[in-house]
Design a protein around this ligand. Structure first.
Ligand code: ZN
Length: 334
């Protein structure tokens, strides 16, 4: 055997990990990723369903590859970008509500489908979910409704825009509009079991869907896309659905759309109007595809906007804070 110099021998020893450590390199999956915060009296928990790479050169419309790359580079990103799939648990009185349920099994192994793990980490069982608010009937938002062909949330009422329920459950609309057939097939697999069980409450117009949460319909990305605003003790959060897919591009350039937008013009107008409104209001928003937890504020920035993620917090709310006040600077010992 070739003799190693002592330094190399030492490095070689370091590079001989134990069997369990050898599993680690390359693994960047998170462990039941959750993020909890309060809105008034209500506890909201962001749940990661995983992330999925998206080729923004192929998917975005209204900006060329160089413009996309330049905007991504400003955020130290490149295409394909990593899109989060975020869902949210809202615990309010005797209700346990999910806003969207992730992709379930629809994106295949390793992409999405982690919501049940995150939900378990948050200490909630699927059968304890009382209501599900679907922002829109797309695979990565309603796909997690079923597992192995069965309703994963057997006791939940599913609220979704009536226009989405009608549109996506009728396969004839795929041929009529040219919109991707896949969405119709997947809606039939995941939403229809709840329709047949009498568990879907379609939303026809803006209204309170559960006490403390108001739905607004904003057709564009899909015909029945909804925002849900939770209010508690004068505080609010708006669950916005898919008004943003590529934060690094669409905040600075809100006119850029994505091929998933069923009505490109309306989707663009909804985004522009919503971003302007949320920036003016200083609204807290929760967005499914912005980097987990996807919770933050929007600030106007030149002709576009900037995303400001929520300040991270990880402590008990009502504890006595340690005294971290400044002490006199010690005299130099020189
Ligand atoms: Zn989506």
């Amino acid at each position: 055997m070739k003799r190693l110099f002592p330094l190399f021998a030492a490095l070689a020893a370091v590079a001989q990990p134990t069997a369990s450590v050898a599993q680690v390199p390359g693994v960047t999956t998170q462990v039941g990723a959750t993020y909890r915060f309060l809105v008034g009296d209500v506890r909201v928990t962001a749940l990661s369903d995983g992330t999925v790479p998206i080729d923004l050169h192929q998917l975005l419309r209204g900006a060329n590859a160089k413009q996309i790359d330049d905007l991504l580079a400003r955020s130290f990103q490149a295409s394909p970008a990593e899109a989060s799939i975020n869902a949210y648990l809202v615990e309010m009185g005797d209700r346990r509500i999910l806003v969207d349920v992730g992709a379930g099994e629809l994106f295949g192994a390793g992409n999405g489908g982690k919501l049940p793990v995150a939900l378990a980490a948050a200490g909630v069982r699927p059968e304890e979910i009382t209501d599900i608010l679907i922002t829109h009937v797309h695979s990565d938002h309603s796909g997690g409704l079923v597992r192995n062909g069965k309703m994963l949330f057997p006791n939940a009422t599913v609220h979704a825009g009536k226009a989405d329920v009608d549109f996506f459950l009728d396969p004839a609309n795929a041929a009529r509009t040219g919109y991707d057939q896949r969405y119709f097939d997947e809606a039939n697999k995941t939403l229809r079991p709840y329709v047949e069980a009498g568990r879907v409450k379609p939303i026809e117009r803006g209204s309170e869907v559960v006490p403390g949460i108001v739905a607004e319909l904003h057709p564009g990305h899909t015909p029945g896309s909804a925002f849900y605003t939770l209010t508690s003790r004068g505080q609010h959060i708006v669950f916005v659905g898919d008004i943003i897919h590529a934060a690094a591009v669409q905040f600075p350039r809100p006119e850029v759309t994505i091929t998933f937008d069923q009505d490109q013009t309306k989707a663009r107008d909804v985004r522009r109007q919503a971003l302007g409104r949320f920036a003016a209001q200083g609204a807290l928003i929760a967005a499914p595809h912005i980097s987990f937890p996807g919770v933050g504020h929007i600030r106007r920035d030149g002709s576009g906007y900037r995303w400001i993620p929520v300040e991270f917090s990880d402590r008990q709310p009502n504890t006595v804070a340690p005294d971290l006040s400044a002490k006199p600077v010690a005299k130099s010992s020189k």
